[in-house]
Design a protein around this ligand. Structure first.
Ligand SMILES: Cc1ncc(COP(=O)(O)O)c(C=O)c1O
Length: 388
């Protein structure tokens, strides 16, 4: 007799939309602009360094917090770009992608009865991990301007949801899926609210190096009032076209890093040794590795949007990340989840419906398309979409 299903810790969670859409894309031979991964490799020099370090016997456990050289380089880079010094020994931890850092941070900080604010549309891991910690996710929709198709923090709603139980606010700027950014004034407003409720901040900045049209990313680390109560998470996956390597990191003041490390040491303990060596050597050799990343992706965005010229989609060019939202209200009044599947079958382009990132948000007529793809893939996708 089959064993009955165990009582689920996450009963509301099924297969993620990314798996659903990617499976549908391969079943129907669609161009897959759904899942957010680059269609190109990390730099050849970096790949060669991984091989070299494996051959050089760097194959056993790395230190729990990460390779000291890599942490020192990250500290220097953060200090140069934000003015904030993070101590590599006590304030920087290398993790298995940003995902592990987010998991450890949430598990380390939240207790049953606590509340954590999630700004919708939100990356899909935040709320389930808050629930796993026994805490309560409080969803606040970003303000959406249907004219400009732009999103921003809804300060009134955020202020209304925060209370004495708010232990953590989770933010992600540059923002997936909308491309929204924060500026220095936003950081000050955030600091006011966090101080008022004595809450902590978890800032997911994995798209820190992908910001367009001359704009700049304002890291939480650049604001002194925020830094003392923040954990700042990033990833080499997005910055080096290496999403499959799953190497990320978390910077946070000592008292917060110490708690994060307690969870990290029992989650993965440490992460890939040869890759950490390779990354450290690569960062030392090519300190300007991210300088052209924004331009690189801006060109891809522009190719995609130029190829869509003449279509019935409405859009505002993404401000950041490698995702473009397209408004389909002139084409259909169907739900985004239904249309994303329908259009994967014909004309054969897979995307992600915006509503899957949102619990609090209103019904949008928006789909998210990943443009971290070769030009020919983008032109093929746009050609198919123009036929609608
Ligand atoms: C906003 C955001 N945070 C975190 C991640 C996960 O990063 P990693 O692959 O380094 O775990 C992603 C990946 O798509 C993301 O978009």
């Amino acid at each position: 007799m089959q064993l009955p299903a165990p009582k689920s810790r996450l009963p509301g969670v099924g297969t993620t939309i990314f798996t659903v859409m990617s499976d549908a894309a391969s079943a129907h031979g669609a161009v897959n602009l759904s899942q957010g991964f680059p269609e190109f490799d990390p730099p050849a020099e970096l790949r060669e360094l991984v091989t070299w370090h494996m051959a050089a016997s760097h194959n056993q456990y790395a230190p729990m917090a990460g390779l000291p050289d890599l942490r020192a380089l990250l500290s220097a880079r953060a200090a140069a770009s934000t003015g904030q010094q993070a101590d590599p020994d006590t304030e920087i931890t290398i993790t298995a992608g940003a995902t592990e850092a987010l998991f450890c941070a949430i598990q380390a900080l939240l207790h049953p009865g606590d509340e954590a604010v999630v700004l919708d549309p939100a990356y899909d891991s935040y709320a389930p991990v808050v629930t796993l910690a026994g805490a309560r996710p409080r969803h606040v929709a970003l303000a959406f301007d249907p004219e400009s198709l732009e999103f921003s923090i809804d300060w009134v709603q955020l202020g209304a949801v925060m209370n004495d139980a708010t232990r953590l606010v989770i933010v992600n700027f540059p923002h997936n899926p909308t491309g929204a950014l924060l500026d220095a004034d936003d950081l000050e407003r955030l600091a006011d609210l966090l101080e008022q409720y004595d809450s902590l901040l978890l800032s997911d900045e994995v798209y820190e190096h992908i910001v367009f049209d001359g704009r700049r990313h304002s890291s939480v680390m650049s604001n002194k009032r925020l830094w003392r109560r923040s954990l700042v998470v990033s990833s080499f996956g997005k910055s080096l076209h290496a999403t499959g390597w799953k190497i990320g990191y978390c910077m946070a003041p000592g008292v917060l890093s110490q708690e994060l490390r307690k969870i990290h040491q029992f989650t993965t303990f440490s992460v890939s040794t040869p890759m950490q060596h390779a990354l450290a050597e690569y960062l030392a050799r090519c300190p300007d590795f991210a300088d052209n990343l924004s331009r690189f992706y801006e060109n891809k965005r522009d190719h995609f949007l130029a190829a869509l010229e003449g279509s019935r989609f409405r859009f505002t060019p993404a401000r950041s990340t490698f995702f473009q939202l397209l408004d389909y209200s002139a084409l259909s009044s169907k739900k985004d989840t239904e249309l994303a599947l329908e259009w994967t079958r014909s004309p054969g382009v897979a995307s992600i419906p915006l509503s899957v990132f949102s619990e609090a948000a209103p019904a949008y007529r928006l789909l998210r398309f990943c443009f971290a793809k070769d030009k020919s893939t983008l032109v093929d996708a746009a050609h198919r979409l123009r036929a609608l």
